[in-house]
Design a protein around this ligand. Structure first.
Ligand code: MLT
Length: 315
């Protein structure tokens, strides 16, 4: 009809079809998951809304070029790849889907813990290449081990509940969470991160990336960890100093590590990738059908609300 133009939304990373369909009911949608950084810089000014995941860095420079932009939808949890301050200054709403993928992240954490404890990827690679090496791949049990958790938010708590079901003791550090939360899950509250390092047979990170948490697991932290402990990181790559981790594995202090996230992504080559006691996945914590459906739909709902004058629950 002769009505006013529909808002234009750029979907810059792969999100669920259900989310795209919802957007398309109200907006003109451009799906551009193959644009390079230059193309995005050149064309971001054409859009009223943009939907991203963790692979697009919306920095102040890019935001300054986004002349028409009114909303940034983050189809997931972390908004550390968005300069929220710069966006807010320009009146751009930033929204996310904070509940969408917490179960997926928690389940992937357990998958990585079990994988590194039982060396599943290494044993798989060995067998499919024609070797039957039963004695090479002896592992370790989670049962009666201590899981240390840094960050006892939604994901950390889901991981704790699952670890308790495996018969693990859990000790966690998070100054922003009430003691009641710890008690109801049978989790011991640590007063300092140091106490978690000293106790953990498995250390799992569930922190957002902030200036305070960047490289929280550095050489000093690793030096406090128990001999033979394992590190699991399904949160953000910037939390761990990879050089220090490599040293801790080389010296034998740590028995293994499982990493889903890296300081630079994508990352396809790293010395640790060749280690027999390291398990890696390419940022798959949120990659389940269920989580992506939720993230896509929840984000689309908010982007539509922002562009049509509805109520938005911002990040
Ligand atoms: C998140 O913050 O939600 C995760 O990093 C997953 C994603 O980018 O989709």
């Amino acid at each position: 009809g002769a009505g006013k133009q529909r808002p234009r939304v750029l979907v810059a990373e792969k999100i669920a079809q259900s989310g795209i369909e919802l957007l398309a009911q109200h907006c003109e949608v451009v799906v551009a998951t193959d644009w390079d950084a230059d193309t995005l810089r050149r064309r971001i000014g054409e859009f009223d809304g943009i939907v991203i995941r963790s692979g697009t860095r919306l920095d102040a420079d890019l935001i300054a070029r986004a002349e028409r932009l009114r909303v940034i939808g983050r189809a997931g949890i972390g908004v550390d790849n968005v300069d929220v301050e710069a966006a807010t200054r320009r009146g751009i709403i930033v929204c996310n889907a904070p509940q969408s993928n917490v179960v997926a992240a928690a389940e992937h954490t357990l998958a990585l813990m079990l994988a590194v404890a039982r060396r599943v990827p290494q044993a798989h690679a060995s067998l499919v290449s024609g070797r039957w090496e039963r004695s090479r791949f002896s592992g370790t049990e989670l049962y009666e081990k201590t899981l240390g958790i840094l960050g006892f938010g939604r994901i950390g708590r889901l991981v704790a509940a699952r670890a308790r079901a495996f018969g693990m003791q859990v000790v966690a550090y998070d100054p922003y969470v009430s003691s009641e939360r710890f008690r109801e899950l049978g989790v011991e509250r640590a007063e300092r991160p140091e106490d978690v390092y000293a106790r953990a047979d498995f250390l799992s990170l569930h922190l957002p990336r902030t200036p305070e948490t960047e490289r929280i697991v550095d050489a000093a932290a690793l030096a406090r960890m128990r001999e033979g402990a394992y590190l699991v990181n399904c949160a953000r790559g910037e939390l761990v100093d990879l050089d220090a981790l490599k040293e801790a594995l080389d010296s034998g202090r740590l028995a293994g590590a499982a990493l889903d996230v890296f300081p630079q992504e994508p990352l396809t080559e790293h010395p640790l990738f060749g280690y027999d006691n390291v398990v890696v996945t390419p940022h798959l914590g949120a990659s389940t059908t269920e989580a992506q459906d939720r993230a896509g739909v929840q984000t689309a709902e908010q982007v539509v609300a922002a562009l049509t004058g509805g109520v938005v629950t911002t990040a």
